[in-house]
Design a protein. Structure first.
Length: 262
């Protein structure tokens, strides 16, 4: 195994970071300083040290995380709680999030130390679909849905979005639907919107532009008040996970995700 790969899969840092550590002379193999990231090592018998401490090989890790609203998708932040704060009991230095979710967006977020896995899922040409459940102020006509499905302009100097899928679940007046809409999730709705139209549904996209779902729905006159990612490819959020909980992906789930990227 290459030395840089060993260190990346042992949560020392991302591949590009550990290459720098190696070139700076911070890594030893069997007591000898090594400055070539591509040097081959035997992970089960060679002794690898980083900054004088022996590195234990952990291998590749893949986590499914049910992100709660209110935390940001980042490693650390001076003001806000981050998704990594929920993994305090694990060694996560070399682990990173696959894509990101907005601060107020909930749901499925993947984390890994496998750069190739991240690249395959996030590479635009792979068209891996992500599905979001939303509640929004407004309504969706057949023409609105057609625009979303065919592609829509959401920003100046931007290309139209790629074709999407829209499935409306509920539509009507908030006061008539508030019991069905789990009103606690619609905390942004106040009495001024009591008689306003609301709509819920699922929007499936294959891109990852900033605030894309919110901007797409805004382009057809809807203001998102609740958003949750429920799937990536064919991987569904495990609803047995409470908000803020995580679990490792199964081998079958990993293989299925990679298969969808081929």
């Amino acid at each position: 195994m290459r030395l840089d790969k060993f260190l990346a899969e042992s949560s020392i840092g991302r591949r590009k970071e550990v290459r720098i550590y190696i070139k700076e002379g911070k890594v030893k193999v069997n007591g000898q300083a090594v400055t070539e990231p591509a040097v081959e090592i035997e992970e089960n018998s060679d002794v690898i040290e980083y900054l004088g401490k022996v590195v234990e090989y952990t291998g590749k890790v893949y986590y499914m995380f049910n992100k709660p609203a209110g935390c940001i998708t980042a490693r650390e932040d001076a003001v806000h709680k981050t998704v990594f704060d929920f993994f305090a009991d694990l060694k996560m230095k070399g682990v990173f999030h696959v894509g990101r979710l907005d601060k107020d967006t909930e749901g499925l977020l993947l984390l890994t130390n496998d750069g190739a896995f991240e690249h395959k899922l996030m590479y635009p040409e792979k068209h891996v679909e992500k599905t979001y459940f939303f509640w929004a102020l407004g309504s969706l006509s057949e023409e609105d849905k057609k625009q979303l499905e065919q592609g829509i302009y959401i920003g100046k100097d931007e290309m139209p979005t790629k074709p999407a899928k829209i499935q409306v679940e509920n539509c009507g007046i908030y006061k008539d639907l508030k019991d069905e809409t789990a009103a606690k999730e619609l905390c942004k709705i106040d009495l001024n919107h009591y008689n306003q139209p609301v709509v819920s549904g699922y929007l499936t996209i294959s891109e990852g532009r900033k605030h894309q779902v919110k901007r797409m729905l805004k382009a057809v006159g809807c203001y998102v008040v609740y958003l949750k990612r429920v799937s990536v490819g064919e991987l569904l959020l495990d609803e047995s996970l409470e908000k803020g909980q995580y679990r490792p992906l199964t081998e079958v789930e990993i293989l299925n995700l990679l298969g969808q990227c081929e």
